[in-house]
Design a protein. Sequence first.
Length: 318
Amino acid sequence: MKLLSRLFAVFCLAAALTAPAAAAYPEKPINMVIAFTAGGSSDVQARIMQKYWNKYAPQPWVFVYKPGAGGIIGFTEIAKARPDGYTIGGLNVPHLIVQSLAQNAQYTPDSFKYICQVVNDPQCVAVRKDSPFKTTQEIIDHARKNPGKLRVGLVGPLSGHHLMFLDWQKRFPDAKLTNVFYKGAADQNAALLGGEIDLIFGNINDVMRSIDEFRVLNVAAEKRNEFLPDVPTLREAGIDMVSDTRRCFAAPKSIKPEQLETLRAIFKQICDDPDYVADMKKAGQPHEYMDGEAFAAYIESQTDHARKALSEAGLLKK
């Protein structure tokens, strides 16, 4: 009997030693969905991150571009992908929130599991260098005397720029601006430089591309930005407005928990890498890490504000 027991134990040990080990994730390339055009801010940031992903992960990314409809096409691609851990992508907030509230988007913020936030890009008020306006208050005063005459360029609709515009309308109903929407920041910048519009509400990263030709009046942030340390916030100018675009990475909501944790760990390593942070700064990308759970809570905290703004503007989905 003892002999049989020993033989059985030897057999089990041999089987354990020869059984194939569980494959380490990821074991093949991961599709990285970008919801905006190649060369734009979202793509530039992801390309920087790819460089360091290759340093810490065993498999590369395959970029998949799904631009259009202000990100809706790409966001839908991520939400509807097989939750096998091999499709992730970049999302923009508040775009994600307002699109799910105001359009028939096939997703909500709950359609995703969030890996982490990587960028917090504040909006700012900018004019051309030769503009007669030296302060935001001068714009307000002019708009009060000439309602609807000044044209403000926005990327949108249903974007962070658009929400800032709705906030402006609510705070200054007697200083009406006429909004002009553009497909992207490159078009928005070109329109301001070409004189089609008088000012823009734009993200710092996009405005920095033409900073030698722009005058940034104020930043819509809680504190001054390191890229524009001499530019006061709107709050410093007596205008209580904060508006930004956050960029994050996410996976379909049904991804396996262990795969999500692996992704979160790798992204955290990247965001803690001093060389990555230096590359982000060099590219004018406002680096700010927030872990996935905290970012999900942030989105929830912003949803009521977005719903109220859209409802007051008559833009809430019926």
